[in-house]
Design a protein around this ligand. Structure first.
Ligand SMILES: Cc1ncc(COP(=O)(O)O)c(C=O)c1O
Length: 398
């Protein structure tokens, strides 16, 4: 097949996506993203970002990043395993391990790298890995690179997981892999039950807590803290580009596993290292989060405000306390119409439909941050109510 055939095939397929209204278009931001976005000369409320603590524009973080750039340069131009590691990386790893209550931590250029670099070197075809079907795509990709036998279980269906575990007598090692908070579905993982199964069937548990760390738990230590499971933590991976507002990723947990990843993890060995500015910025973000709970308190209050106001509008929410709030819509086309209508009303949100969530259970997600004014959130809930009235005469949520 010549390049011409491929290019023409792609043009046709993109045309089909466009006709179906599914062609993604980049939103060109005309000002820094914050509680609002500037799109096409219009200011809209931004309920579609992981900047939960509002740290991405924080003045102290900017200062820390600039200082590190002045001292150490912009980029490292090679993997840490090749040219060498920086004090900033080592300090960040120590700080992350302490914060998370882990034995050790390893920093990656992104959360995506952490998830794609964690499994391949640990497990072979003699091992069984059990994975929630709704894990983040980066975990799914990490497992695809791994030669273990992968068994997925229905989202949060622990009977299904146990059924799989029961039939794993042939395994050399077992691992269970889950997100801490499923941000498209809107639910926190049932980690206590997962660890109980892990104990019963001798499995090691890997939790991607990119959406939990910084956000959930009294000290923001994530899903484990929120569920009183900090002491039970085996392995956690995460992003430094969501709640911490910077960029980068990490794996943390058992020292033998982290030690092995330092020897064998391909993104650690073969991707250029997290830039000095980001390493120093993430370390500063970690300090800020521990020194002061104000942003976390404001975030919690804002999440409560929007959840209550949406409930008062008669909308059906996925229950919880997380600032990523899922509003149940049902039909995929209705969800798309809701997001379009809301944008017209000046509220930017994200819609999810099958296969990202179960069929017929499409939802619209509103992500609250610490920096949103309460009034704007209450107005957004009214806009949600109006949009829902407009679209719901055709479909009801499941
Ligand atoms: C659950 C989850 N895992 C992994 C990632 C990827 O992290 P990064 O953006 O640092 O690559 C994200 C990013 O938002 C995430 O939400």
């Amino acid at each position: 097949v010549s390049a011409k055939a491929l290019l023409s095939f792609l043009e046709t397929e993109s045309g089909h996506l466009d006709q179906a209204g599914l062609l993604r278009r980049e939103l060109a931001l005309e000002a820094p993203a914050g509680p609002t976005l500037m799109l096409g000369g219009k200011e809209v409320l931004n309920l579609a970002s992981g900047d939960y603590l509002g740290l991405s524009g924080n003045a102290e973080l900017k200062r820390a990043v600039k200082q590190a750039i002045d001292g150490w340069g912009v980029g490292l131009t090679s993997p840490r395993a090749v040219t060498g590691t920086l004090r900033a990386h080592q300090e960040l790893e120590k700080a992350l391990a302490t914060y998370l209550g882990a034995e050790e931590a390893l920093v990656f250029p992104s959360g995506y790298h952490a998830n794609t670099g964690t499994f391949e070197s640990l497990f072979s075809d003699r091992d069984f890995v059990f994975c929630d079907e709704q894990v983040h795509p980066s975990l799914a990709d990490g497992l695809r690179l791994c030669r273990a036998r992968i068994y997925s279980y229905r989202n949060q269906d622990l009977e299904h997981l146990e059924d799989r575990l029961k039939r794993s007598r042939a395994a050399r090692f077992r691992a269970i892999v889950t997100d801490g908070f499923f941000s498209t579905v809107g639910e926190t993982a049932k980690l206590a039950e997962i660890y109980a199964l892990a104990d019963r069937y001798e499995a090691v548990v890997f939790v991607d807590d990119s959406e939990g760390v910084g956000v959930l738990g009294a000290k923001g230590r994530g899903t484990h803290e929120a569920l009183g499971l900090e002491k039970r933590l085996d392995m956690v991976t995460g992003s430094l580009g969501t709640a911490f507002g910077v960029a980068g990723g990490y794996a943390a947990g058992r020292k033998q596993i982290i030690g092995w990843l330092r020897q064998k993890s391909r993104p650690y060995l073969a991707a250029s290292a997290l830039a000095p500015g980001f390493a120093a910025g993430a370390a500063r973000a970690l300090q800020l989060v521990q020194e002061n709970s104000m942003a976390r308190d404001a975030l919690r209050e804002n999440a409560r405000t929007l959840r209550t106001a949406l409930g008062e509008q008669g909308l059906q929410l996925v229950a919880g306390e997380h600032p990523a709030i899922s509003v149940m819509i049902g039909n995929a086309v209705t969800a798309q119409r809701m997001t379009d209508l809301l944008l017209k009303k000046g509220v930017y949100v994200t819609g999810f439909c099958y296969p990202v969530v179960p069929e017929g259970a499409a939802r619209v997600r509103a992500q609250v941050t610490a920096r949103h004014p309460a009034k704007a959130l209450k107005n957004a809930a009214v806009a949600f109510g109006e949009a829902w009235k407009d679209v719901s005469h055709t479909t009801r949520p499941r």
